[in-house]
Design a binder for this molecule. Structure first.
Ligand SMILES: C[S@@+](CC[C@H](N)C(=O)[O-])C[C@H]1O[C@@H](n2cnc3c(N)ncnc32)[C@H](O)[C@@H]1O
Length: 389
């Protein structure tokens, strides 16, 4: 059989599994097309307003985009994509896996029998665009997000949306890590919303991860560990202690969401020291740098802005985080800063994402740090001190 014949055979197996309700997941990987940052596509069967559709989640480097397609449209797209842009497709169905691999002009199909798999539950339209489809989870109940019957509580709709958004952002970043079973350290984990959600979602994709949440407050640590046990999340745990005291050695990713003021710097420092492949932080308050800016040593030309409290606050935030990005670059990381949720949810909505090994020249970053500090009258950024720069 030639390459086109094998692609059509694969597409027919997908169609049959879809129509019989036995399709668990279809994944396209090995992207070779022109869309920047596209990594993979996951497809599954959903019901939208009573009609069966293919829900396709396109995973980009920093975000996911979900679209629903009618079966015929999805099949046409699948055949086109497999002919040119994706090299690997994996169909997980009840009873078997079918893998298609294209090497140049050659296409290979490999079928493996997998006994004992149940038919997948069908996701309905209300949940169609969310990674956390099943809300009947002990952890969602323990964290007060859903009621006993699994419905998202009226007053936590916003929180649930935010958690889903975080999973959409973090899951592709974690999927990109090189380690087969990555170790993630969440600094200042609080109740561990992100940790539970990420662990649950990645497990549902068959991705093994170990997540450790570091938290100052003992009570939250005890509650988190009890909920992880009750959920059967053996790779998720919480430890009591300070971020700075936590040696993150062996971590593939270090994250910190809204750890207060310089605790964000402590987390970045521990991540750099551990040589983590990914460091991602959403900073919170920015008092340390602001105090130095307020001491009045900034360039006179900035006076027209910095004399207003509201502009000072915004500037302090940008300068603190801009310097964090440069300090990460000087430490061998490539960085991106972007808004991860709308500022209607929280004004502290910037995420710094740093990936190891793709940085520019170290000296250029160090020179820019010195210039920025001189301009804003900053003696020492807390992270700079920790790094001994
Ligand atoms: C604003 S909460 C954010 C919690 C969680 N990351 C989230 O986004 O839902 C900050 C958490 O960090 C913890 N924290 C602050 N400074 C810390 C430190 N130096 N070491 C450990 N935990 C810290 C606090 O106790 C609190 O639970």
């Amino acid at each position: 059989m030639n390459a086109t014949g094998r692609i059509i055979e694969f597409a027919l197996a997908v169609r049959e599994a879809f129509e019989e309700g036995t399709l668990i997941r279809l994944r396209l990987a090995g992207y070779e097309g022109a869309e920047p940052d596209l990594k993979s596509v996951d497809m599954r069967r959903v019901v939208v307003k009573g009609a069966e559709k293919f829900s396709a989640v396109r995973h980009y480097r920093t975000r996911d985009i979900t679209k629903n397609h009618a079966l015929d449209e999805a099949m046409d797209t699948l055949i086109t994509e497999l002919g040119g842009t994706f090299r690997v497709a994996t169909l997980n169905a009840v009873g078997f896996d079918l893998v298609l691999e294209r090497h140049g002009e050659k296409v290979r199909l490999r079928r493996t029998e997998v006994p004992g798999r149940d038919a997948p539950p069908i996701a309905h339209d209300r949940a169609k665009n969310r990674p956390l489809v099943d809300t009947h989870k002990p952890w969602l109940q323990a964290l007060g997000i859903v009621a006993k019957n699994g419905s998202v509580r009226h007053d936590t709709q916003d929180k649930f949306r935010q958690i889903n958004r975080m999973v959409e952002i973090f899951a592709p970043l974690i999927q990109e890590l090189q380690a087969e079973n990555p170790r993630i350290v969440d600094m200042g984990a609080g109740k561990g919303y992100l940790d539970f959600a990420l662990y649950d979602y990645l497990s549902s994709l068959g991705r093994k991860v170990d997540i450790v949440g570091v938290e100052l407050r003992d009570r939250l640590v005890e509650d988190g560990n009890a909920t992880a046990r009750a959920s059967g999340f053996s790779g998720l745990s919480f430890v009591a202690g300070t971020i700075l005291d936590h040696d993150a050695a062996g971590a593939d990713a270090v994250i910190a969401l809204h750890a207060c003021d310089t605790a964000t710097d402590d987390a970045i420092y521990r991540g750099i020291e551990a040589g983590a492949e990914l460091i991602a932080v959403a900073p919170c308050c920015h008092k340390q740098v602001r105090r130095q800016m307020e001491a009045g040593q900034a360039d006179d030309r900035l006076g027209f802005l910095l004399r207003h409290g509201t502009f000072m606050e915004k500037q302090a935030e940008m300068v603190t985080d801009g310097l964090r990005a440069l300090l990460l670059e000087a430490s061998g990381y490539r960085t991106k800063v972007f808004e991860f949720v709308s500022d209607a949810h929280t004004p502290k909505n910037n995420l710094i994402v740093a990936q190891k090994g793709r940085a520019g020249p170290r000296q250029a970053a160090i020179d820019r740090i010195a210039a920025a500090k001189a301009m804003f009258g900053i003696r020492k950024h807390h992270l700079e001190g920790l790094l001994g720069l």
